[in-house]
Design a protein around this ligand. Sequence first.
Ligand SMILES: NC(=O)c1ccc[n+]([C@@H]2O[C@H](COP(=O)([O-])OP(=O)(O)OC[C@H]3O[C@@H](n4cnc5c(N)ncnc54)[C@H](OP(=O)(O)O)[C@@H]3O)[C@@H](O)[C@H]2O)c1
Length: 378
Amino acid sequence: MSIPNRNVILTGSTGIVGSHVLYELLAERLKNICTGKIILLVRNGKDLAAYDRVVKFLTHDYLPSFLSEFTLKQKMEWIEVLDISFESNDLSKTLSQYNTLQDCQLIHVAATTDLRSIEKAYNQNLATNYQGSLNLLEACKSFISRYTYISTVYSCGIKQGILKDNYSDLVDFDFRNPYEEIKQKTERKLSELCSGLNIDLQILRPGVVLGRLIDEPKYYVPKYNVIYAFAGFFYKLLSQGIDVPIEIVVHPNVHMHMISVDYVAKTIAKVYSMSDIGELNIIPAKGLGTKYTAMLMDVIGYKNYKFVSEPHPPRNEVEAMYQMKVAPSFGTYLMEDEYQFDNSKLLNIMGENSIPALEKEYGEMIQFAKDQMFKGLE
Ligand SMILES: NC(=O)c1ccc[n+]([C@@H]2O[C@H](COP(=O)([O-])OP(=O)(O)OC[C@H]3O[C@@H](n4cnc5c(N)ncnc54)[C@H](OP(=O)(O)O)[C@@H]3O)[C@@H](O)[C@H]2O)c1
């Protein structure tokens, strides 16, 4: 029986989610489930060229165990690295070499995840997440059959009740920040453009992404952002000997919808070749309550805190710093009443009990990040 050929253009492979999508795409090919090039769009780094950055992501100590039997050479045989950003004006020219490539799909993972509500963040989100995603479509439109766009479950803004996958039916948005607003704007624009171009659009939306829970070595992520940045703030204070009282605004019934990076990547790798998936949230139905935010503070060891329900002016320098640096980004996600997701489509695809139980290992997950001193791969 012949195996399918799937050429893929992937962005974001030097990030948390994209690196794990790359690992899954490699496994598909190395284990003869499919064939096809993996074309990575990677920018040169401060110290390393694009190609060497990819090599670093394929050779470090925390590579998932399912890849450990394969050499770097075996992995690189499937990969082509293009040192270009998806935002570049030269993208169409660079990608024109693939104009005759058959069976090609795009998985667009890369994005800025700046959650702040300031003009600079708005402009960055607009340039990278909106215009960049459209630039990519323009450059690939003549040879891709599907555009898999990685968005966020928060692209619907603040909602209540039970959320389904079909955000395209939603109206009236109340966004927490430009990141959410622009992710929503990008989803809608891509939907309009792709339908005119006869390209399948898949919008896949993870919740808050944490370390690995399925593949060994567990708990690993290459970068500590979002909830880890919240934990890292208190870790840094303690490491500087600062332990002053701080009040953190947390809704008493808040529930954070978190999901492990390997589950997210396995879902993307399973779904990208399926023609009947338009929108899919990658998320547990219920989030974890305040008990787990308290557990995070306990693991970090910051004891001098109190959860309060109402915002107030800062009473000391540390509270001012929290209110300036952390509250405007991740902090806003701690301030809302519980809502839930109808994730039945996800469970139909991935299996009824497929989502790893984060609550059992949440403490270990945060402890791992603490042991790494919140220092990522790069
Ligand atoms: N992390 C979460 O909790 C979470 C939750 C929901 C949804 N998501 C979505 O999942 C996707 C991946 O997020 P992540 O957490 O993996 O992000 P990440 O770790 O910050 O990685 C971002 C990736 O995008 C690339 N990138 C960013 N700006 C770029 C630009 N202007 N030009 C070229 N490349 C650029 C980065 O490349 P460099 O290495 O060169 O900077 C990196 O490879 C995003 O679409 C995000 O919105 C993430």
